[in-house]
Design a protein around this ligand. Structure first.
Ligand code: ACM
Ligand code: ZN
Length: 602
């Protein structure tokens, strides 16, 4: 009798769990209704589509299934038959979709981009094991993004990454419904885009003799020649690749500062005449474009003409950040320009420069986006602002009814440290753990309700001063970009522990895909001041299928760690503290750095 009750209890409990169960999709969908049962692929399951946009997603799914599960379902135009249906439906907004997984099949309806996002949600529900029966939880999802701009930036100016690496990054963005790739293409340390009219930009500007890898002086300089650039053909190919994944590429040509590589190639558009060399160390440079020289505008106009022919994006990023005024103060041409244009000072000269570039773009049907410094000396009409020095610039721009992308460094600079420095690879500085990225709310309290519509979204930035390999991009970008994605897509009311739960599944997937993400700390690991000498520490592995190994006596957990199987009892000494050191090992054998928590008596 007792056993029957127990059986019933377990049965009811598991049914309840099944019903309350959520899908592990990141970013969290707007509406999820998990049903009982599953849809299982069989040899006859086909993929159907109704339009060209739908065919794109259908082909995607086909190759995903082939790559991961070794079967190749047929694709067919049409709307009848059991299987997986991609249905463009114009009653949906472009990025909205509905995903319905029923007993007999799957239907994804949506706008052109929405279908692709419905597909991404479907992919995230696929089983992790390639040889498992392809079974999908029955569910109804209705979903749409909170913000129309969900961005990520790579600084390929400071460090060149191959087209294939850029595409891989775009794939990862697409998987998390990020829709804007901001491609920082020019820097003091390198010019990365082929410009046919000015070949020296890449012959000279794309190469340097070495790279600074640490902060501490000469010994950190590697003396390994570094460089590269993207040909126009490669760029066209990458733009198309991104388009197929519902991603717009916004190229950035940074000006008038961060232009030393350009000046090394064409010193005649500097204030001093040079000579210059492509920067090998990092820092803000005093040598910038001469804003008093008409030749500067001519060359920049020509460069933009070639750029615009490659990038269909309506928005073009012109940088505008960190341009010291030292040279302009001493330059006869710049001073003459200040006088002839009735400008007050060098700040207004910066504004003149930026506005002139903005007008040039506008005449070609494009809009200018710039870092928040473009507000100095007056904001150009129609300009969009990317707020990076905190939120101040964004708040001010929204106040002036200009559109804003929020990328405040204290929440969105993914080159910052994400854990205690001693356990992390060398980085530029800062402190930006995953939870802090996740906590970001783009509609700053400083922006009154009526101006909130000017905040079009968020962006995570990966600057490459100290990021010189793809595994390190992965490490810095992931999983923090998943937090950016959820901030851009999901409802304002976010729940970090819910996110961590879904993250655990997603990281298991990324682990299989050889993404070198930073393995998060075990959940529950944190420095604590306690009032009792005896207490228990409960840890949860941060990734499904991963294991924690720990020590309490100071030993290296990599070598001497005890497997964590149950909460750990700790006895604190009357004075001093206990340090728990641990590592996490994933299913594929990747091991985290040593993570620690210090426990001390009050
Ligand atoms: C920037 O971080 N200089 C935009
Ligand atoms: Zn000048």
């Amino acid at each position: 009798m007792k056993q029957t009750f127990l059986f019933l209890y377990v049965l009811i409990a598991s049914i309840c769990t099944a019903f309350s169960q959520e899908v592990n999709i990141i970013p969290r969908p707007d509406y999820v209704d998990v049903k009982q049962g599953s849809f299982v692929f069989n040899a006859a399951t086909k993929i159907y589509y109704n339009t060209a946009a739908a065919a794109n997603s259908a082909k995607f799914l086909q190759s995903f299934i082939k790559d991961n599960y070794g079967i190749q379902p047929a694709i067919q135009k049409g709307s009848t038959g059991n299987g997986i249906h991609f249905i463009t439906d114009n009653s949906f907004k472009n990025e909205s979709y509905e995903l319905n997984i029923g007993k007999n099949g799957v239907a994804i309806k949506g706008g052109a981009a929405g279908l692709f996002y419905g597909l991404q949600s479907l992919l995230q529900m696929m089983p992790l094991e390639g040889n498992a029966p392809l079974a999908l939880q029955q569910v109804l999802i209705k979903d749409q993004p909170r913000f129309g701009y969900r961005g990520a930036m790579l600084d390929c100016g400071r460090y060149f990454f191959n087209p294939e690496d850029v595409k891989r990054f775009i794939d990862l963005m697409a998987y998390y419904k990020l829709n804007t790739f901001h491609w920082h293409l020019t820097e003091d340390g390198g010019w990365r885009i082929e410009i046919k009219k000015y070949p020296k930009l890449t012959q000279i500007g794309a190469w340097r003799r070495g790279t600074q890898s640490f902060r501490n002086g000469e010994e950190s300089f590697d003396r390994l020649p570094h460089g590269g650039f993207y040909t126009q053909q490669q760029i066209k190919d990458i733009v198309r690749y991104a388009q197929d994944r519902s991603i717009t590429i916004i190229p950035e040509i940074d000006m008038p500062g961060h232009t030393l590589a350009m000046l090394a190639a064409y010193p005649e558009i500097s204030c001093t005449g040079g000579p210059f060399k492509v920067l090998e160390h990092w820092g803000i440079q005093k040598d910038v474009l001469c804003a008093g020289n008409e030749r500067t505008y001519q060359i920049m106009g020509d460069v933009l003409d070639e750029l615009l022919a490659l990038f269909p994006s309506k928005i073009i990023h012109i940088g505008g950040d960190e341009a010291p005024k030292d040279r302009w103060k001493e330059c006869a041409k710049c001073q003459a320009k200040i006088r002839s244009e009735n400008l007050k000072d060098e700040h207004e000269l910066q504004s003149y420069f930026v506005k002139r570039i903005g007008k040039y773009l506008q005449a070609k049907g494009r809009r200018m986006l710039g870092w928040d410094e473009i507000m100095e000396g007056g904001l150009a009409p129609n300009a969009m602002v990317m707020s990076w020095r905190g939120e101040k610039g964004g708040i001010a721009a929204a106040q002036m009814h200009h559109e804003v992308v929020m990328a405040p460094n204290n929440y969105m600079y993914l080159d910052y440290y994400q854990g205690k420095k001693e356990g992390e690879p060398f980085n530029i500085g800062g402190n930006l753990p995953l939870e802090k990225v996740y906590s970001y709310e783009p509609l700053s309290p400083g922006i009154p309700k009526e101006n909130q519509k000017y905040v079009i979204g968020v962006q995570g930035n990966i600057w490459m001063e100290f990021i010189h390999s793809v595994p390190k991009i992965d490490y810095m970008g992931f999983p923090r970009l998943l937090a950016v994605a959820e901030t851009g897509w999901s409802k304002k009311e976010k729940d970090y522990s819910h996110f961590l739960n879904r993250l655990g599944y997603n990281l298991q997937w990324l682990d299989k895909k050889n993404v070198n993400f930073r393995i998060p700390d075990p959940v529950g690991l944190k420095d604590s001041v306690l009032s009792a000498k005896q207490f228990t520490v409960s840890l949860t592995p941060p990734i499904q299928g991963s294991e924690i190994y720990y020590t309490l006596n100071g030993d290296d957990p990599m070598e001497k760690g005890i497997p964590y199987t149950a909460p750990v009892k700790i006895d604190l000494p009357s004075t001093g503290s206990v340090i728990l050191k641990c590592i996490v090992r994933t299913q594929t054998g990747r091991v985290s750095g040593v993570r620690t928590a210090k426990y001390a008596l009050k």
